[in-house]
Write a protein that binds this ligand. Structure first.
Ligand SMILES: [Zn+2]
Length: 381
């Protein structure tokens, strides 16, 4: 079997769509007007991603407020916030360029998603000629909606956790029912949990093992056959061409991360300073048998934060080197992260989101070609 290749999910939103979102937040256009732009951006995303030769694609998450907040609010500014939430929650991340992203705060129970990822997928399916994947948010990220200290009156932390696990399971199941071939769970908070940032209190609470246990509660609801197609994505964040936890040594995260009983992992690696040592860690800690599934390691071979387009030869060489440490039947390739996990992102290093979009498709094409070349070189084409 050739080496599989898969995107994380998002693409930069066209400037026209970002402008429409701002106008919707300002009350200048209607939800229907906004949807016209979202529809156009999704159709363009699928068409152009398919044109790269990519065997599995997404709608570029063009309708989502962000990879983390899509179940909770219509826009990143918080328009259309779900029930029992207020806008002033925790910073889930403070990025190295100084900007931050904030979660809503839970004010009471029960906790319910307002939008499921499958609501977007449903609109994308008729536009696709090849299989689609869907990214969903990890329960561990949404766990941060509950105040860090104390308890919400009438809604215990454990009641919330149970509702959260139920909603995450439903989010994943609905994706498969709607026709997703693969579902990956965004777990950017995993690496950040290893960082102790005094400006961001939750990061200093040693929450990683709690996150792993919570995510495993969701995974345990799926059979091994289902979990073959359920992945986990890890990265040091990616927003406005900046990261939040790239300085955290992978050695702190990976032994715990592979305790999650997922069938595959999408792992940021192209932008790591010492890739080979990480390949080695992946070989050591990924498991042949994770409660009935083998864990396939999709290594990042494309850096979405850099405007420089990787060559297929670079992609091939990364995979060939990784195969020294990871059995080729458990090796895949991916992008380091979504190309724009948050809807509002002008991609400063690229100069504009429209240019970053063009670059993204060229990068995906290089990933697909280079992965094919590696398959040939390793005798699995
Ligand atoms: Zn990511």
């Amino acid at each position: 079997m050739p080496i599989p290749t898969e995107p994380v999910g998002s693409l930069p939103r066209p400037m026209k769509l970002q402008t429409a979102i701002a106008e919707y937040d300002a009350g200048k256009i209607t939800k229907e007007d906004l949807k016209v732009e979202q529809d156009a951006a999704c159709a363009d995303s699928i068409k152009r991603m398919e044109a790269t030769g990519s065997p599995i694609n997404s709608d570029g998450e063009q309708r989502a407020s962000s990879f983390a907040t899509y179940p909770l609010a219509d826009t990143l500014a918080g328009t259309g916030l779900a029930d029992n939430l207020a806008g002033d929650g925790q910073y889930f991340a403070i990025f190295t360029d100084g900007h931050h992203r904030q979660l809503p705060r839970l004010t009471g129970g029960p906790f319910k998603y307002k939008t499921y990822a499958a609501d977007y997928l449903k609109e994308a399916m008729p536009l696709a000629h090849k299989p689609l994947k869907q990214a969903v948010i990890a329960p561990s990220m949404l766990y941060l909606l509950y105040p860090l200290d104390g308890e919400i009156e009438g809604y215990t932390r454990e009641q919330f956790a149970e509702d959260l696990v139920n909603e995450c399971e439903k989010d994943i199941r609905k994706c498969f029912e709607t026709g997703a071939k693969r579902v990956s769970i965004d777990f950017t908070e995993g690496r950040l949990a290893c960082r102790n940032d005094p400006n961001n209190p939750w990061t200093g609470r040693g929450m990683l093992e709690q996150f792993i246990d919570l995510n495993n509660r969701v995974l345990a609801r799926f059979s091994p056959e289902e979990r073959v197609n359920i992945g986990i994505h890890t990265c040091p964040g990616g927003d406005c061409d900046s990261t939040h936890s790239a300085d955290v040594d992978y050695a702190e995260l990976l032994p715990s991360m592979f305790k999650m009983n997922a069938g595959y992992f999408l792992i940021q690696l192209a932008s790591e300073p010492d890739k080979e040592s990480v390949y080695k860690l992946l070989g050591e800690h990924s498991r042949e048998d994770a409660d009935g599934v083998k864990q396939v390691c999709f290594i990042g071979v494309i850096n979405p934060q850099s405007p420089t387009i990787e060559t297929p030869e670079q992609v091939r060489d990364d995979l060939v080197l990784a195969s020294k440490y990871i059995p080729v039947e458990r090796l895949g390739s991916t992008d380091d992260c979504g190309f724009s996990p948050f809807s509002i992102d002008v991609k400063p290093k690229h100069g504009s989101p429209d240019f970053a979009r063009d670059v993204a498709f060229q990068k995906i094409e290089a990933r697909v070609k280079g992965t094919q070349m590696a398959s040939e070189e390793l005798g699995v084409a």
